[in-house]
Structures are given as structure tokens and as C-alpha cells.
Write a protein that binds this ligand. Structure first.
Ligand SMILES: [Zn+2]
Length: 268
């Protein structure tokens, strides 16, 4: 019998997902969609997906979820660890905001770029599960992991390790693709082996609550009209005009985009 990988409920419903060896289930108790088996993609697949990106020259920009975090007050003098930090474009901004920053990423080349191109010192090549070992004995005021959770084979084991890395009163900030978004069915990448779990605010809140965290703030991204038109392989020349024509209509509707940002603290 299949049980929810987050809350352990047996009340799960199989989802139809033709053309893959994975099964997917919706947990009727917490709203999580999870895969069976919980077995992720070969890490080489991620490098292949970015094979057109030269980390040394690429114009890295921070993402929507990064900007959500940077809105938090009182970052000065705090310590922050970013798990899955990539080349460190987010850490550079957090450092400017006054934080003492640390990062890990499992792609060795990205860590070299983070050090040599972006001047970050405390960044290490480690898997998300090695982070607890890498920083044993240290405590952080913030641990962040953006677009990480949905890839993990053992989300519960991971969040328990993250908890051990936090100072008393510390917070986590995370982002996941929002499965409650309006155009989710067009997103073919949002499933196994890339994404083993699919979350909405209810399933994230339940997951965090079961592991000792209380949600402080969350934000759901609005639809990215331009991104959607590009994904439909529309002719590039017409996209900006069409996107700006559609914008007022889309913004007037209760639609959700791909991103879900959550800030949570340790429950007392
Ligand atoms: Zn569940």
C-alpha cells in the first residue's frame, strides 16, 4: 500500500501519468503529489539541461523567490546558509544586505565560479544531505533552499537535517513550483524524475508543521505571461505585444503562476 511521503497518510489516490515508469499519487490528507518510486534523476541530467550555459560569462539574475526573501527586514549581521546555491547570485545580494553568507551546491564547477567570479568565500561542493556534516557545530539564522525540495528523494530526512543547522529563533525560506498554478498541466518538466513531489501551500504548511516549523509568510507568484507564450513556441516577434495586451486581463483574474515562496520559523 502506498503512503504519503510527507504525512504518512494511506488515504492516497493514484493519478494517471501515461508514458513513464513512475506512478504518481495525490495525498487526500495533505494535498501533496508524490512519486513512486521516490528515485531522482541522474545528476548528469541537470548539467545536460544547462549545457548551453557558460557559468563564467552567463548573465545570472536573481529570481522571483530570491526577491521575496530580500524583502525580509533585519538581515544585517545575520548568518545565512543557502542549500543549492548554484553560482551564488543570490548570496551576492544577501551579502550586500548585510548577512554573513554560506552556500553549498553539488555541482563542483558552480562552486568554483561562485568563488572566482563572484568572490564568495564560504561556499562548498556538497550534496544537500552533506550540508549538515559540512557545517556541523555551526548555527545559522537563516537556511534557504529554493527549488530544491521537489527534487529530493527524502524530503522528511532533509528538513530534519535543516532543523539541526538553525540557531534558536532561526528561520527557513524555500520555494517550490506551485502545483496550484493555473497552467500546471502545460508544464511537462514538473514530474518525475525531475520533480518527485509537487506542492501547494497546504501541503508545504502540513509538511513544515509535522517537522517543527510554523509558516510566517508565504507568497504565490502571479502568472508569467511572457514565459508561457515562449513555452508555446510562439513566434518571438509577437510575444512582447501579445503579453502586454493580455496583462490587464490576466492580472484581473485569480490566477497563480509557477512560484510558491514560504518563510517559516521553528515552532516553540
Ligand atoms: Zn500527505
Amino acid at each position: 500500500m502506498s503512503t504519503c511521503v510527507s504525512c504518512g497518510a494511506v488515504n492516497v489516490r493514484p493519478l494517471k501519468k501515461p508514458g513513464t515508469q513512475y506512478k504518481q499519487f495525490l495525498c487526500l490528507a495533505c494535498g501533496l503529489v508524490f512519486s513512486e518510486p521516490m528515485k531522482g534523476a541522474d545528476p548528469a541530467l541537470y548539467r545536460d539541461a544547462e549545457s548551453n550555459v557558460d557559468y563564467w560569462t552567463w548573465n545570472f539574475e536573481i529570481s522571483w523567490h530570491h526577491r521575496q526573501f530580500l524583502e525580509e527586514k533585519n538581515l544585517v549581521g545575520k548568518t545565512l546558509l543557502d542549500i543549492g546555491c548554484g553560482v551564488g547570485e543570490f548570496l551576492v545580494e544577501v551579502k550586500k544586505a548585510g548577512c554573513d553568507v554560506y552556500g553549498v551546491d553539488f555541482v563542483a564547477e558552480k562552486i568554483v565560479v561562485a568563488k572566482k567570479r563572484f568572490g564568495l568565500e564560504n561556499v562548498f561542493c556538497a550534496s544537500v544531505f552533506d550540508a549538515a556534516d559540512t557545517f556541523k557545530g555551526m548555527g545559522f539564522d537563516f537556511v534557504t533552499f529554493f527549488e530544491v525540495l521537489e527534487h529530493l528523494e527524502d524530503p522528511v530526512g532533509f528538513i530534519r537535517q535543516v532543523r539541526t543547522l538553525l540557531n534558536p529563533g532561526g528561520c527557513i525560506a524555500l520555494s517550490v513550483p506551485n502545483r496550484g498554478r493555473t497552467m500546471a498541466r502545460f508544464d511537462t518538466e514538473d514530474g518525475p524524475p525531475h520533480h518527485l513531489t509537487r506542492w501547494n501551500i497546504n501541503s508545504v504548511t502540513r509538511f513544515l508543521g509535522l517537522n517543527g516549523f510554523k509558516v510566517i509568510r508565504y507568497a504565490e507568484k502571479r502568472p508569467d505571461i511572457e514565459g508561457f507564450l515562449k513555452s508555446r513556441s510562439m513566434h518571438k516577434g509577437v510575444i512582447p505585444a501579445l503579453a502586454s495586451a493580455l496583462k490587464p486581463v490576466v492580472e484581473s483574474l485569480p490566477l497563480c503562476g509557477r512560484g510558491l515562496y514560504v518563510l517559516a520559523g521553528i515552532e516553540k
